[in-house]
Design a binder for this molecule. Structure first.
Ligand code: MN
Length: 194
């Protein structure tokens, strides 16, 4: 069965970005609902003992939608930092190699996420040849099903930012870029998502 992953910080601690109220809905209602629905769908089926990543790669239809939303939300919350951060380490080298500077990566990431029409996610992924790329996905879709390595994601479903930013998605994205948990992003470079 899939468990609800706790937030890696206090809900009230992310100053000048997302409010406790946003996390009350986003983590405690939306994510919990995706986890509960996933568990109801896998109960007494061969999917019951799969890991979350295996589930996402093998499921289809409503089970895929719910399991992928669990993965995506865990990945998004783990990628957030309650404090403002600076990019560092191996991922900084790779961003500079692929996008010129970290700031020009931010500009391209924000542009892609702003143009991601409707509900979806914007990702930084690593391709099999080692290079980095920005990808938009719709609804629950994510890079795991294309066998790409996810490094970072931002949730652009309106429920992610509407309480704090209303229609100002670009402002949410600008603040997101200042609150990235780069420890998490660097660690993902060495992870095997299979
Ligand atoms: Mn969400």
């Amino acid at each position: 069965m899939i468990e609800v992953k706790p937030l890696p910080f206090e809900k009230s601690s992310v100053e000048n970005f997302l409010s406790e109220s946003t996390f009350n809905f986003h983590h405690d209602k939306h994510l919990v609902n995706y986890v509960n629905t996933t568990n109801a769908l896998i109960a007494n089926t061969p999917f019951e003992n799969l890991s979350l990543v295996e589930l996402v790669k093998k499921a289809e239809g409503p089970l895929f939608n719910n399991a992928a939303q669990v993965f995506n939300h865990n990945f998004y919350f783990d990628g957030l930092s309650k404090e403002k951060t600076q990019c560092y380490g191996k991922v900084k080298e790779l961003l500079e190699k692929n996008f010129g500077t970290v700031d020009s990566f931010f500009a391209k990431f924000i542009e892609a996420a702003t143009k991601n029409f409707g509900s979806g996610w914007t990702w930084l992924v690593q391709l099999p040849n080692g290079s980095l790329e920005i990808q938009n996905t719709q609804n629950a879709n994510n890079p795991l099903t294309s066998n790409l390595k996810p490094l970072l994601t931002v949730d652009v479903w309106e429920h992610a930012y509407y309480l704090d930013y209303q229609n100002r998605r670009a402002d949410y994205l600008k603040d997101f870029c200042q609150h990235i948990n780069w420890n998490f992003v660097n660690a993902n470079l060495d992870k095997n998502f299979s």
